[in-house]
Design a protein around this ligand. Structure first.
Ligand code: FPP
Ligand code: MG
Length: 298
């Protein structure tokens, strides 16, 4: 199935979308797409068929988000913990991802027309080499797009992301690019895989599990959480509308929390911004070198 869905909504779905758009729409929505295997089990099909249906649902949900005016979506597609699943399932998930990223590259003109940028967040070094290359190619070929962003957390956990950020900072200190006093929450945030994104406003988890499973722990301190028992492949536009309604109802509480908590926690800006900027640009150079190495490997 194509990454870009263009099917029209039914008139009553359009009505619901337009009513919701009279209120505040979250700019950034994150999804924990859970319940693919339970869906497969329930439907009497193989696990990988459940994951494949999960991908189809993702493309539908992205279309609904664009219609609603959500311009950034982050999805948990594969956790580092998922490498512990059976070899057969991990291999099948890698093959599914290969197929989908190849399709994405075939459709890059369409993505560019819609202005959609694809970012893969996580430790992609843990993926098979050919998949790493597809992932980097997908990011490179859409990186100039600014209309909408899809962040795919693949080979991701929050703890690994934070550990990686701390290692980057330690490297900066070791290379004499940073001083200990430069280390603030703001600096750590600028070293996370998600540094180019605003924090999510709404996080939705399907399948009835009420936990974050090591997803965006740093980024969700001031975020509305919405848990639904619906299995991901069965998630409908009505479920999405319900979650946005929940967000709108919760907004006054969220705004208060944002003011009291997040603002209060903001760290003073370091006196030496030039030093920090230099460190951040050196870090970007290092990461871009890694991406080029991946692109040039056989
Ligand atoms: C969670 O359901 C889902 C996953 C671990 C994989 C999700 C992957 C996709 C939707 C495909 C995405 C692919 C790309 C390239 C973006 P589960 O397996 O935990 O199911 P369960 O909770 O019922 O056991
Ligand atoms: Mg699960």
């Amino acid at each position: 199935m194509s990454w870009i869905q263009e099917s029209k909504l039914k008139w009553y779905e359009t009505l619901a979308v337009n009513v919701l758009k009279c209120g505040s729409i979250p700019k950034h929505v994150a999804f924990i797409m859970d319940g693919n295997r339970r869906f497969a089990n329930k439907s009497g099909v193989k696990k990988i068929e459940g994951h494949s249906k999960g991908f189809d649902k993702l493309t539908e949900v992205l279309h609904w988000c664009l219609l609603l005016g959500v311009n950034e979506v982050t999805v948990y597609a594969f956790s580092i913990e998922n490498f512990r699943r059976s070899e057969e399932e991990v291999d099948q998930l890698m093959s599914l991802a290969r197929e989908k990223f190849k399709r994405l590259l075939e459709e890059k003109d369409k993505l560019n027309e819609h202005g959609i940028s694809i970012r893969v967040i996580g430790n992609i070094g843990l993926l098979p080499a050919d998949l790493q290359k597809l992932v980097v190619e997908s990011m490179e070929s859409t990186k100039s797009n600014t209309e909408a962003v899809l962040n795919i957390a693949f080979s991701y956990t929050s703890r690994e992301e934070m550990t990686h950020a701390v290692r980057e900072v330690a490297w900066g200190v070791q290379e004499d690019l940073l001083k200990i006093d430069d280390i603030t929450e703001d600096l750590i945030q600028k070293c996370l895989y998600t540094r180019h994104s605003l924090q999510p406003d709404l996080l939705i988890r399907t399948s009835g599990e009420v936990r974050l499973s090591d997803f965006l722990l740093w980024q969700t301190t001031c975020c509305t959480l919405y848990f639904t028992p619906v299995l991901w492949p069965e998630f409908s536009i009505w479920d999405l509308c319900r979650s946005i309604l929940h967000y709108q109802k919760n907004l006054p509480v969220l705004e208060k929390a944002l003011k009291n908590s997040c603002d209060g926690r903001r760290q003073p800006i370091s006196e030496n911004m030039d030093r920090i900027e230099k460190f951040l640009s050196q870090m970007e150079v290092k990461e871009s070198r890694t991406r080029n190495q991946i692109l040039t490997q056989a």
